[in-house]
Design a protein around this ligand. Sequence first.
Ligand code: MG
Ligand code: ZN
Length: 197
Amino acid sequence: MKQPKIVFTDRDGVLNRNTPGAYNTSVEDIILLPGVKQALARLNQSGYEVHLVSNQQGVPKGLMTKEDLEKITHTLKQRIKMNGASLTSVNYCLHLSDEKCDCRKPQPGLLKQAVKGRKIDFTRTWMVGDSWRDIRAGEALGCKTIWVRLPGYRKKTTDPASGKVVYTNGKEDFTPDYVVTTFSKAVDIILKEDSDD
Ligand SMILES: [Mg+2]
Ligand SMILES: [Zn+2]
């Protein structure tokens, strides 16, 4: 079977605005970032599946209900749809970090859930995110990773073996394959790299 074209993406800070240190707990909090709808549509038009994979610890913390989260997901899908784009799947981790589940990023469980039961060569898929957790989750499966830059991280060193830059937030290190400032720029890279293959 032909390998499907697959992009896994984080939500907050990548598709919609993120308030540092806060949770997006209601529909009013969901403000799509510039160019996101168009970028998703470009992926869809080029035959990509787009799987949303997001940690939402706000639910087990009691900051929002599952219904709130469902409303957010519904609204997000509607807004994207108005631009002719769609998400192939939406998977959330609703566990607390100390529950040690296998789906909270940096664990790769959400990505696996999204394509469950299918034979996927993860090394040909993409993971886009703004946190070290996203990059490490993608890396765990061998995905190509794109980091949407966040403040609060700095360059640590350059990995001599790969020549890639290692970033850190002081606690956690990660080594994205590509670094961009917006989801739209991530899509530029995906479309360009895959067309060169
Ligand atoms: Mg994020
Ligand atoms: Zn989980």
